[in-house]
Design a protein around this ligand. Sequence first.
Ligand code: ZN
Length: 315
Amino acid sequence: MVISVHGHLAHKNMWSDRFWDFVADNYAKSLGIPKKMVVEQMLPQFWKSNAEVFVGVMDGAGIDKALVMGVDWGMSIVGEAEWSVEEMNEWVAKQADEYPDKLAALCAIDPRRGERAVKLLERAVEEWGMKGLKFHPTAGYYPDDQKYFPLYEKCIELDVPLYSHTAAVISAPMESKYADPIYLDSVAANFPDLKIVMVHFGGMNWTLKAAEIMTARPNVYAEISAHQVAAAGMPQYWLTTLRNLLNVPSLLGPPLKDRIMFGTDWPYLLTVMGDDAWVNWVKSIPEKAKEYGLKFTQEEINKILSENAKRILKL
Ligand SMILES: [Zn+2]
C-alpha cells in the first residue's frame, strides 16, 4: 500500500492574478519558453488539477490514498484571490469528498488571519471533515509567533495535526527563510500535545536540522515530498543520508524510522519526476541501495510508504 501525505488541487480562482503572473514568469524563465506559451498552454492545464485528474494520476502511480490541500497565499505579496480563503478550502474539501476512499483534505490557512483563522479551522474540521491545518510560512511569517498560539490550541482541541512547509524550495516572490524548521521547534516545545509534520523534511539542506529537532520532540514528524530533487540528482548522497537517519535513535519518543512518511507534492515536482516514477524510486530503494553498499529492509520501506502515515495520521 502507498499513501502520499502531500498533494495539491488547484483552481484558477484560488490564487490572485498576480500570483499566476509570477508562476508564468518563473516557468518561462526556467524552461526557456515564451511567457505567452506558459499563459496559453501550461496554466490552463494547471487549472484543471481537480480531484478527478489527481485520482487518475494516483491510479497510474499506484498511490492508494492521499492528502490534498490548497495554499493560502492571500496575505502574501501576491494579494487576495477571487475566492476567499474559506471558499478555497471548502472547494478542496468538497473535491476530496468525491473520493472518500482515496482522498482526505487539509485546511490551508495563513495564521496572520487571526481569529478568522481559528474559526475557519474549526469549521473546516467539524463541517467539512478536513484532517488538519497546513501552513506555508514562505508567504511571510514565522510559525513560532505567540500570536498564533490560539490556532495551535484549536488544533489540539480538534485533535488535528499542523503541517508546515520546511524547505528552501519555493519560487519567487515567496521567501525560504521563514521555512527553516527551527521555527517549528518552539511550537513543538510549547505544545507537546500538538502533532507537527515537517513538510519536505527540511528539504535538501535542513534535513539534519529537522531530524535533530525530531530526536528531542516526540510530537514532530516528517514527510519526504520534494526529495525527488535530491534523489534524482545525488542518489548516493540521498540514500546514504536516509540510511543514516533511519538508524538514528531518539532522545525522546519513537525512533525516526517510525516518523518519516511518503509524499509526492503533486503537481509541483513533475518537471523533476512524475508521481509514478517517485513511487517506483522509493519502492526500489532496497535494490538501488545495493549499488552503493547500503542495506534497506522491506519493512523500513513499508513504514515510509504507508505504515507510518496510517498510524500517525489515522489514514
Ligand atoms: Zn506542497
